[in-house]
Design a protein around this ligand. Structure first.
Ligand SMILES: *Cc1c(COP(=O)(O)O)cnc(C)c1O
Length: 411
């Protein structure tokens, strides 16, 4: 079959299943509004939680770095592309996270894939929360370790798997029994459901079984903890987590990912993380802007932005209170279920001036299609209320009609 005919069939199948995705061209900078196809929409789809993506402090940092270092970095980090701004970023990140060292990557995706496949191999076991991000799932597949998945936030299920995983196994050569390295991977705030992991309990469990923990703080960095260090910091367990991951493209408003941890961990990743080694270093202006963001979120003005975000979250929660009393986040999933219904709800909201895209398989499970609302510090309070009103009116037409708040989290 000719490639294009095959692809045409596949695309038609996606369309028929309500799963076709298309790129939309946005003609405005990141922010609370979006210029889309001649229409100005309220943007409730952005991960730019603090409104830093187009912030003057970051723009200025990037411009200065361009003046000084130009645009491209000219090579991978190990081949002369490690410019001063990359080093400054990593110093700022380690200081922010309170770790010995940090390493930045071109994206969060590259961070997950590079780190996990550097650390684990076929004799090891990786244990993932059912709802972790695709980058972590892909990393687990790539590293070749045995993969086990525990029910979302289910500590009993995690413990059952830990018991199995940490049992010594007979060595294939008949020598001393092997005890595999076991890595537990979870997010602190889940990207598509917005609920938090029971971190203290997960940390206690991995310690009891001698496993390591990798925590992805993509949706918590900048937002939780006294200076925005993340949920692990807010819950007082950061220094017990071996591998702390985060992204620079969400609340920090730029792009990239990072690992924070021991000096040994970073030295090892520099030698073994293939997505780090075999990839051109990000432009120095990106590193400089990210450094400015890391510093800015910790200042009183930065904390003030966070305060605005939480004010909006509380306002939205007052319209749609979580039934199980779980702590809210800036991410509100509106579970519709059916893929086509989710797309129809998206279209209805768009007609009313709100941009809240439908999230479908494979980003979430089949039949768990949803609208994913994200609030940001730069929204106006009246726009948050207007969205809540519009949703209240529209939802009865798109069953099941509820703002879902994932199953109660085990305590
Ligand atoms: C966005 C995201 C990533 C990937 O980060 P990018 O910088 O966008 O590649 C990884 N993990 C989680 C949980 C995310 O939400």
């Amino acid at each position: 079959m000719r490639l294009n005919s095959l692809l045409e069939t596949r695309l038609a199948d996606l369309h028929a299943a309500g799963l076709l995705r298309e790129l939309r061209r946005v003609d405005s900078p990141a922010g609370p509004h979006l210029q889309l196809g001649g229409q100005r929409l309220h943007n409730f789809a952005s991960n730019d939680y603090l409104g830093l993506a187009n912030h003057p402090v970051l723009r200025e940092a990037a411009i200065q770095a361009i003046e000084r270092f130009g645009i491209g970095s000219g090579g991978s980090r190990l081949m002369g592309g490690a410019l001063a701004p990359h080093h400054e970023l990593e110093i700022a990140l380690a200081d922010f996270k309170g770790t010995e060292a940090a390493l930045s990557f071109a994206s969060g995706y590259a961070t997950a894939v590079g780190t996990i496949s550097a650390l684990l191999g076929k004799d090891d076991v990786i244990i993932l929360d059912k709802l972790v991000h695709a980058s972590l799932v892909d990393a687990a597949r790539l590293c070749g370790a045995k993969i086990r998945v525990y029910k979302h936030n289910d500590l009993a299920d995690l413990e059952r798997i830990l018991q199995w995983a940490t049992r010594p196994r007979p060595a294939s050569s008949g020598g001393r029994p092997l005890r595999p390295n076991v890595l537990v991977v979870t997010e602190s705030v889940f990207s598509m459901d917005g609920d938090g992991a029971p971190l203290r309990e997960v940390v206690a469990l991995k310690e009891r079984y001698g496993a390591w923990l990798m925590l992805d703080e993509a949706h918590a960095t900048g937002l939780y903890g006294e200076r925005g260090q993340g949920l692990a910091n807010a819950q007082g367990v950061a220094d017990r987590i071996e591998i702390q991951m985060g992204t620079l493209g969400k609340a920090l408003g730029v792009s990239g990912g990072y690992i924070a941890g021991s000096r040994k961990l970073v030295d090892y990743l520099v030698n073994r993380a293939r997505s780090f080694i075999f990839s051109t270093a990000p432009p120095p202006a990106i590193a400089a802007a990210a450094t400015a963001a890391v510093r800015y979120v910790q200042t009183p003005v930065g904390r003030e932005l966070c305060h605005w975000l939480w004010t909006h979250v509380r306002a939205f929660v007052s319209h749609f209170p979580p039934p199980d009393g779980r702590p809210p986040s800036a991410i509100f999933p509106v579970i519709v279920g059916d893929e086509a219904a989710a797309v129809a709800l998206f279209a209805a909201l768009r007609e009313r001036g709100f941009f809240v895209p439908a999230i479908r398989y494979p980003t979430v499970a089949r039949g768990a299609a949803r609208l994913r609302i994200t609030l940001t510090a730069t929204h106006a309070a009246e726009d948050v209320n207007a969205l809540a009103d519009a949703l209240r009116r529209l939802l009865p037409r798109f069953s099941p009609t509820k703002i879902d708040h994932a199953p109660p989290r085990p305590t």
